[in-house]
Design a protein around this ligand. Sequence first.
Ligand SMILES: NC(=O)c1ccc[n+]([C@@H]2O[C@H](COP(=O)([O-])OP(=O)(O)OC[C@H]3O[C@@H](n4cnc5c(N)ncnc54)[C@H](OP(=O)(O)O)[C@@H]3O)[C@@H](O)[C@H]2O)c1
Length: 223
Amino acid sequence: MTKQRLAPHRVGVLGTGDVGRAFAAGFHSRGHDVMIGSRDSHKPELREWLAGAGAGVKEGTFADAAAHGELLVLAVFGQAAAAAIAAAGPANFTGKVVIDAMNPLDFSGGFPPKLSVSGEDSLGEQVQRALPDAKVVKAFNTIGNPYYVDPSFSGGVPTMLIAGNDAEAKRVVGDVLVDFGWPEPVDIGGIEGSRELEAICIAWVKIGGVRGAWDHGFSLLSG
Ligand SMILES: NC(=O)c1ccc[n+]([C@@H]2O[C@H](COP(=O)([O-])OP(=O)(O)OC[C@H]3O[C@@H](n4cnc5c(N)ncnc54)[C@H](OP(=O)(O)O)[C@@H]3O)[C@@H](O)[C@H]2O)c1
């Protein structure tokens, strides 16, 4: 294996949907000790994944995964973020880098979804407020999960935009991205940048609806 920028870490991934599984498999493929957490580890789909593509990934509750990880990922349904954090135990996040890949999508009005939090707030800020002793970095929320690791696009690699309050935490997330095959991310500033990054997700979903395909990403071009 090529030498990774991020030294071997224990990683806790909270969320067992496509996004949680993409992260867990990606970190495991890069030599990290990964635990994936859920409300119900007996779900047949999860058992099947752990026996196949997820072989080698440990599993547990949200609290088990949060306690296991030195580096944590939040990848649950956006409107369930507060419940997942409460179940995981906020103390388990203390001092840790937390990648927030979530979007606060509200599908109650059909497709396309709206943001359930917007304007002068965002889910990223809510997560940081719920976890004041953690270093939350919004990242990976503007791209489809099949492209998280070893991204391959016919038109070049998109830009990964990140936001967060802690410079060192953003450097760690940059290491993760480079290890996953991405160029250095573009850092748009503090965690309040989640307002824009979550809005970009809505544009991404709308464009997917128009195109009838989900293999697109956004690239920042400069003169
Ligand atoms: N799909 C993508 O490519 C993509 C890309 C970028 C960002 N995102 C964002 O990433 C997040 C995860 O997306 P996803 O597609 O993997 O699946 P998802 O259906 O949004 O989330 C699945 C996860 O949410 C948890 N969950 C659902 N309801 C819950 C509740 N009431 N309390 C606690 N946990 C609950 C589930 O727990 P269990 O494990 O117990 O079932 C599961 O782990 C979302 O915020 C999404 O917007 C998605």
